[in-house]
Design a protein around this ligand. Structure first.
Ligand code: GLN
Length: 278
């Protein structure tokens, strides 16, 4: 592809490279800064040389399995456009379940305050922290990550979206020692080290995906540290793997949590478990 490449040519080239039509259209909407409806109505529009060469490069990288979000450098999540890069996990639609649950907890209110404090542990791109801050402006939100690169991406997203949050660097609860929160949320690494589906995720940071003890090590750390960092009546909500619900419920009960419950994602799989600190 080069000078004179039309959108129709570009879509044919995508098909020939085995890249899905939707992915190709999203690349073109990004390059041309036009909505998909415009692309469909203008299939004779011509790409500039620079656009054609960027598109060709993206098709090659997509064909080898690189996620579209990393190619475009952004993804839409909970109605927010977030910048992402290979330093952070790509936010998944199923994580919206955790956010909805968190927002329900916040909407139910806390007797002691009108400005609840929320912490997102292992914030990555900032997806969860920013979505909660966006939908619940009364909350003060802290985003924690041990990765400086992740915190920088969260900072840039917060800035670009005009959503003020506090950043804290460090390992899980140690980053916010001596603070207490009304709500803690986390989508920690929970994939077991030998899990077969890691092969398909090799573009994403292993540190955001994999945890020891069959994927439970970080979930356990988060639960064990929570009672000292939550206000009485505060909630801890955790995303986990489809087969980890029972283990997470048990650990929460052992740590003294009440109202322990699990919610399923749209596929009917156990996806989030949480409880209330006594
Ligand atoms: N949900 C991711 C997956 O595709 C894993 C994310 C995580 O470990 N937190 O398996």
């Amino acid at each position: 592809m080069g000078a004179g490449t039309t959108l129709a040519h570009a879509l044919t080239a995508a098909r020939a490279s085995g890249v899905g039509r939707l992915d190709a259209q999203l690349m073109l909407t990004h390059l041309l800064q036009q909505p998909r409806s415009w692309l469909i109505a203008h299939d004779d529009a011509v790409l500039s040389d620079v656009q054609a060469s960027q598109y060709t490069q993206w098709l090659q990288r997509r064909r080898t399995g690189e996620p579209l979000a990393y190619l475009l450098g952004q993804i839409e999540f909970c109605g927010l456009v977030l910048q992402v890069g290979p330093q952070v996990l790509i936010p998944r639609p199923e994580t919206e379940l955790l956010i909805d649950w968190g927002l329900q907890v916040l909407a139910a209110g806390f007797a002691s305050t009108r400005t609840p404090s929320v912490v997102d542990l292992g914030c990555g791109s900032g997806a969860i922290a920013l979505a909660i801050r966006h939908r619940c402006p009364a909350a003060t939100v802290t985003a924690v990550d041990a990765s400086a690169a992740a915190l920088e991406i969260t900072r840039r997203n917060a800035c670009a979206l005009g959503l003020p949050i506090t950043l804290a660097s460090g390992d899980w609860w140690s980053a916010v020692a001596r603070q207490r929160f009304h709500l803690a949320v986390s989508n920690p690494p929970y994939v077991a080290p030998g899990d077969a589906h890691l092969a398909a995720l090799h573009h994403e940071p292993r540190s955001a995906l994999v945890a020891d003890d069959q994927g439970l090590a970080d979930l356990h750390r988060l639960i064990d540290g929570a009672p000292a960092s939550l206000h009485p009546g505060g909630w801890l909500l955790l995303e986990h793997g489809h087969d980890q619900g029972a283990a997470v419920r048990l650990r929460l009960q052992q740590a003294g949590f009440s109202e322990v419950a699990t919610r399923c994602d749209l596929a009917g799989l156990e996806r989030c478990t949480g409880g209330r600190c006594c």
